[in-house]
Design a protein. Structure first.
Length: 160
């Protein structure tokens, strides 16, 4: 008899823990970042010289659509040629405020022709970053490059 009471008590305890866990999961709010930011920034075509390091500014516009402050936690890029200018400062957007994330792009010898780089923007309180693709064509004053990154004297008439 004592053994049955012990089993019933154990089952009741286990069911209670399961119910509390389920209700806790259901009551948790989903934290959705309410921000307006482009998924792509096309800087067009830039002309650079192989003899010197050229730096180009690229801006990523963003707007806080929420009623709460949001803060950029970290900005990472897919290459060393693209660097954020706000890496050491707290970057806070007030509710409904618009701003710009400024980047420096310094093409390397490998960055000629059509390029795509990715910027990963992390916000405090959110696990997943926002990804922004930076793309465009880098050319030097000696040679024009088609969108395929090969040397050409003339851009192709029909590109599909």
């Amino acid at each position: 008899m004592q053994e049955n009471k012990h089993k019933i008590y154990k089952c009741f305890l286990i069911l209670s823990v399961i119910c509390i866990t389920i209700s806790g999961c259901n009551s948790r709010k989903t934290n959705v970042l309410q921000i307006e930011i482009p998924t792509e920034v096309d800087f067009g075509k830039i002309i650079t010289s192989r003899n010197k390091k050229n730096k180009f500014d690229i801006d990523i516009p963003l707007k806080n659509l929420s009623e709460n402050k949001i803060q950029v936690a970290q900005i990472q890029t897919s290459c060393k040629c693209l660097i954020s200018k706000i890496s050491n400062t707290p970057f806070i957007l007030e509710p409904k405020e618009s701003s710009v994330i400024k980047l420096n792009f310094t093409p390397t010898e490998l960055d000629y022709g059509y390029i795509e780089r990715v910027v990963f923007i992390y916000f405090y309180g959110y696990e997943s970053p926002i990804l922004v693709t930076i793309k465009g064509i880098v050319s030097n004053d000696e040679v024009n490059f088609s969108i395929y990154g090969t040397k050409s004297k003339k851009e192709p008439d029909n590109v599909y």
